[in-house]
Design a protein around this ligand. Structure first.
Ligand SMILES: Nc1ncnc2c1ncn2[C@@H]1O[C@H](COP(=O)(O)OP(=O)(O)OP(=O)(O)O)[C@@H](O)[C@H]1O
Length: 515
């Protein structure tokens, strides 16, 4: 019996050790590949709490300008950012002194500040908090933040010296990632802003995408309302975050509302919150997403689906920045920047009376068209494919495959109705299905489409000139000739004489066929 207990304990200790080591490896790969900074921090916190058997993990970041600590990742999604003055609390003390704090009973420590517990409704018992700063013999490196874990899940246990060493190693990794972002944030305020980087890895250098970067950059410098338009999967969500992380609001929350997935009856309370007793089942006051986005950015995805009666309330909020919670009389204000996205024909919805015209004008202060993937050229398809190959090979622990020419040819010829998201799924599935790293066209999904998409999806006839984007089959001969000539003119940089020469026809014939 005794023997069995010892064995179990040994196994448990080994499993815990393996988990911890794999988290160290895992965290560094997470830090190098995660596209979005908020998600990165949140995931890092969840994993740290898990590996250390803690009830909660928090990454506090030093906001040097305001002289306080801020966190958006308290593992409480319903809460906005928490701020803590540097002179208060254990985290403040660690940030100021750069020293580690490990205590079993927070309430008996004079440095402990219970105000955060009051705000979150959490009861802190044990605390382990370490400074986030790059590891170096030079202890004077600036402290960028504090990594803190609270309460062992096993009641009565506190954190050990070994936990402390381990948490310090994790904090050093986070520090390295943060120094990258800070450098980038400084760069990005300058005129030559680049949206590429480990935390906001938007891939693509086509002229079409550069035009988007330019608008995103300009929009990010202001609080103007933005409308992102484009087909599904083109990256509207990614660009909305890019606007946020490149704006002065980057330290504030980024809150998303997907207007499609919510039942119409819940959209208003989701956006503006409700008071206790506002409707059956409303047993407490709940803040809306607008309130949670205070100081940051509110992203309204698929705005075209916003129910008509909520459109008026949103319009008022956009005009006056005030609103009332459902069932409430108090007028509340919120400093929030709004970014919207849609794949729909909003003009048509306005004509049909399904979208308010006044709201339509209000949201399109800055309009950004995100181009479909098929309009971005072959180079961009290759580049994105390689990006996703790296991403998924690493995620699934597969050897990094090379894409054969035949595979690239299939990718280039596809019309991509699902855009970048579809390409991402194709590559993910190929990586899974080709464990030896040898991806061939056989590993790509078979295209299965409904009849409506079939015509658009027949790109087998490909223009042979440089830079051509392919000519779809299923066209009339006249239309195919016209498109082929247009593509040739485009490949000749608009030089019609050169295009006519290559096509071995006269300039007049070319002009006539183009009509
Ligand atoms: N330029 C890009 N570089 C890297 N990844 C991209 C790029 N564009 C899109 N993606 C990836 O493609 C997927 C779809 O992007 P996203 O969700 O932003 O598209 P969307 O236009 O908002 O789609 P929907 O309209 O369906 O919501 C995401 O996984 C995103 O990370």
């Amino acid at each position: 019996m005794r023997q069995a207990v010892t064995t179990d304990a040994t196994i448990e200790a080994t499993v815990s050790m393996v988990n911890r080591l794999s988290l160290l490896v895992d965290l560094s790969s997470l830090l190098s590949r995660e596209v979005d900074f908020d998600t990165l921090l949140r995931t890092a916190c969840e994993r740290v709490a898990d590996a250390l058997g803690a009830e909660r993990a928090t990454i506090w970041l030093v906001d040097a300008e305001r002289g306080d600590l801020v966190t958006r990742v308290a593992m409480l999604p319903e809460l906005p950012a928490l701020r803590l003055p540097l002179e208060r609390g254990i985290a403040g003390w660690v940030a100021r002194t750069g020293e580690t704090v490990r205590i079993a009973d927070a309430s008996s420590d004079a440095r402990f500040d219970s105000s955060v517990d009051r705000e979150t409704g959490f009861t802190t018992r044990a605390i382990l908090a370490v400074p986030i700063r790059e590891e170096s013999p030079d202890e004077r490196r600036p402290v960028r933040g504090v990594l803190q874990i609270l309460n062992r899940k096993v009641a009565g246990e506190s954190f050990s010296e070994e936990d402390e060493k381990y948490l310090r190693a994790l904090a050093a990794q986070i520090a390295r990632a943060l120094s990258l972002t800070t450098l980038r944030a400084a760069d990005e305020r300058g005129p030559g802003l680049t949206l590429r980087g480990p935390f906001n890895r938007i891939v693509g250098r086509s002229d079409e995408l550069r035009a988007v970067y330019e608008r995103v950059t300009l929009a990010a410098q202001t609080d103007a309302t933005v409308l992102l338009r484009g087909e599904t999967g083109t990256g509207k969500g990614l660009f909305s975050r890019a606007i946020h992380v490149n704006s002065a609001r980057q330290a504030g929350p980024f809150v998303t509302v997907d207007c499609t997935t919510l039942p119409a009856s819940l959209v208003e309370s989701e956006l503006f919150g409700h008071e206790r007793g506002a409707f059956t089942g409303a047993d407490r006051r709940v803040p809306g997403k607008v309130e949670l986005a205070r100081g940051g950015t509110l992203f309204l995805d698929e705005i075209g689906d916003l129910p008509h009666d909520v459109q008026g309330k949103l319009l008022r909020f956009l005009q006056e920045r005030v609103f009332e919670r459902v069932g409430g009389r108090q007028t509340i204000d919120a400093d929030v920047r709004v970014v919207c996205a849609t794949h729909q024909d909003l003009e048509r919805r306005v004509t049909e009376g399904r979208f308010r015209e006044d709201l339509y004008y209000r949201i399109r202060v800055v309009e950004i068209d995100v181009p479909p993937l098929r309009a971005r050229g072959h180079d961009e398809i290759d580049q994105l494919a390689r990006h996703f190959v790296d991403l998924y090979a690493e995620r699934y622990g597969r050897p990094r495959p090379t894409l054969s020419e035949a595979t690239l040819a299939v990718l280039r010829a596809h019309v991509w109705p699902g855009n970048v998201r579809e390409l991402e799924h194709w590559i993910e599935s190929a990586i899974v299905l080709a464990p030896d790293g040898n991806v061939t066209p056989a590993h790509l999904p078979r295209v299965r489409l409904g009849p409506a998409q079939e015509n658009a999806q027949r790109p087998a006839l490909t223009a042979t000139h440089e830079g051509g984007r392919g000519v779809a089959l299923g066209l009339t001969l006249d239309e195919a000739i016209r498109r082929y000539i247009e593509a040739t003119v485009e490949a000749c940089a608009g030089n019609k004489a050169e295009a006519a020469r290559r096509l071995e026809i006269g300039r007049n014939t070319l002009a006539r066929l183009l009509k």
